[in-house]
Design a protein around this ligand. Structure first.
Ligand code: PLP
Length: 381
């Protein structure tokens, strides 16, 4: 049916009608008082959501732009960077650092598994001359549906002294991330995930240590310069023309998050993740992440024998209008993913798992749809 679709990919996520309506408001002068009040309030709200006392910059960019800003503002060509990768977005962070001339070493973990803080500690302990300037971490690896224990990983890095840079593009808001308490120097997020806002904005926080490192960081930067962003932020502005419409939307998205309460938002995502995993397992399917660090923002499911991700997703969409994501990189054909972050609730999970089960059944896969639904109902509490 035209315009009827249940979008359950891990970004862009569904946008509430009130956010869409806000995006349609008339343009204002981005150097005028109305705009300046809006930006100042958004920066205060973002700091609260990032759980930081530091300035959070709003960039006109997708999440990747935010990651690039993280690299070019705090590092110099030739700097040694340890990139902890558990999937395709961990790899992307490393690729950006390499492109700007960092000397990148990768610490890789099997896709579907989280990073092991003990192995990170062991590698950092070998670095007696403190060559490693920064450690790159992924909070929530969207490609595999795994959440890293950022608190434990960051504690290990802090002991060494390198900067902790975190990609929380699909983590922030859905999952707890305590920027200041956990000693995270740089954190990057983006609008199109749990902020329930269309794609196009990226947010980045930096600690005092990171600002100090910036003074000696020589990677080239103009558009991504956080120094310029901060200078303009003091006037309630951005150095370049901001994406005003998206900021209108973000105001409403954030108001919804505040109204629900951040802790309740985390709890809802825990509930949705638990429901999805319980249903998938009870149905007789296999999760990619069969451990306690399976993500509450996205669930990755192994394709049953003989079927590709593309075939399954096309059928679920054709029969029921439910849009799921495929795998990425080496998992492209072998997994499919349910995104359950942002403007997503229990009804969406019940619908998704039921439609997945019924579709697979129609494709000849022996699944127990009723057992899956019962498990989801129980997990809902
Ligand atoms: N990092 C993670 C963990 C992501 O999930 C994504 C997007 O899915 C990105 C980075 C890249 O963000 P974007 O596609 O907004 O550039």
């Amino acid at each position: 049916m035209q315009d009827k679709q249940l979008l359950l990919i891990p970004g862009p996520t569904p946008v509430p009608p009130s956010v869409l309506r806000a995006c349609a408001k008339p343009m204002v002068n981005h150097r005028g008082p109305e705009y300046m009040a809006m930006q100042r309030q958004l920066e205060r709200d973002l700091a609260e959501i990032f759980q930081t006392k530091n300035y959070v910059a709003i960039l006109t960019a997708s999440g990747t732009g935010g990651l690039e800003a993280a690299i070019v503002n705090f590092l110099s060509p030739g700097d040694k960077v340890l990139s902890v990768s558990i999937g395709s977005f961990g790899d992307r962070f490393a690729t950006i650092a390499k492109a700007f001339g960092a000397n990148v070493e990768k610490l890789e973990f099997e896709w579907g598994q989280p990073a092991d803080p003990a192995l990170l500690a062991a590698r950092l302990a070998e670095d007696r001359s403190k060559e490693i300037k920064a450690v790159l971490l992924t909070h929530n690896e969207t490609s595999t549906g795994v959440t890293n224990d950022v608190k434990a990983l960051a504690a290990v890095v802090r002991e060494h002294g390198a900067l902790v840079m975190v990609d929380s593009v699909s983590g922030l808001v859905a999952l707890d991330l305590q920027t200041d308490n956990w000693g995270l120097d740089v954190v990057v997020a983006a609008s199109q995930k749990a902020f329930m806002t269309p794609p196009g904005l990226s947010f980045i926080s930096a600690s005092e240590r990171a600002w100090a490192a910036m003074a000696n960081a020589t990677m080239p930067r103009v558009y991504w310069s956080l120094e310029r962003a901060k200078e303009f932020s003091e006037k309630g502005q951005t150095p370049w023309t901001p994406a005003v419409t998206l900021m209108y939307g973000l105001e409403v998205g954030i108001a919804m998050i505040k109204q629900e309460g951040l802790q309740n938002v985390f709890a809802r995502h825990r509930r949705l993740g638990t429901m999805a995993r319980a249903a998938i397992k009870a149905m007789g399917l296999t999760l990619l992440a069969e451990h306690a660090q399976a993500s509450n923002a996205v669930t990755a499911i192994r394709c049953p024998e003989g079927l590709t991700s593309k075939q399954i997703r096309a059928k679920v969409q054709e029969k029921y209008g439910v849009v799921l994501a495929g795998g990425q990189g080496k998992l492209t054909d072998s997994i499919f993913r349910i995104g359950h972050l942002g403007f997503v609730d229990e009804t969406d999970i019940l619908t998704a798992v039921n439609c997945i089960g019924l579709t697979l059944e129609s494709m000849g896969v022996p699944v127990d749809v009723a057992a899956g639904m019962e498990a989801a109902r129980k997990a809902q509490g």
